[in-house]
Ligand binder design. Sequence first.
Ligand code: ZN
Length: 205
Amino acid sequence: MISANDALKELRDGNRRFVGGEVDAASMASRAHQAELSNGQNPFAIVLACSDSRVPVELVFDQGFGDLFVIRVAGNVVAPSQIGSIEFAASQFGTNLVVVLGHSNCGAVIATLKELSLEKTHRSPNLRAIVDRVRPAIEPVLETHRDSDVQTLTGAAVRANIQASVERLSNGSLILEQLLDDGELTIVGAEYSIETGKVEFLDER
Ligand SMILES: [Zn+2]
């Protein structure tokens, strides 16, 4: 299994190809040869991303079949099933890198901001489970951005939500904590820009 640093480089290079409109022979080949993966998988990165249709994870990193273990949920929130999926992949495949991939103009973040601004809507308990997980990250941002315009506020809220998921993954699982302590896992946040197609990696931990 490649190191977290090499995995990060692979993702950075892939996003550069995506933005530049290039097609990589290796990822094309892996798309063409998915049948060869029938005996097993060896994904080099785990990605917790938002379900937003504008953020197709393999495409934005120019990766193919078998490359990424992807968990998608609205607002890239961390609930037990997300942690369990990551524990599974990290311990089963020895994957060393976890990326929490948020994105600009995230609907889950915007919905939570609206709710906090008292534009309350009636939500199902299931939708509430997502909003309630986004809310703690965003409340302090609302405090510090009282005078900001909506775009600045939304951008700050998106990043706070990504960082909150990184924090929760880093402190919400004995298995992941052990892997982090042993230096066998790196968890990083990243933000995808819907406008430019670029992925910006935030602070590593
Ligand atoms: Zn989103």
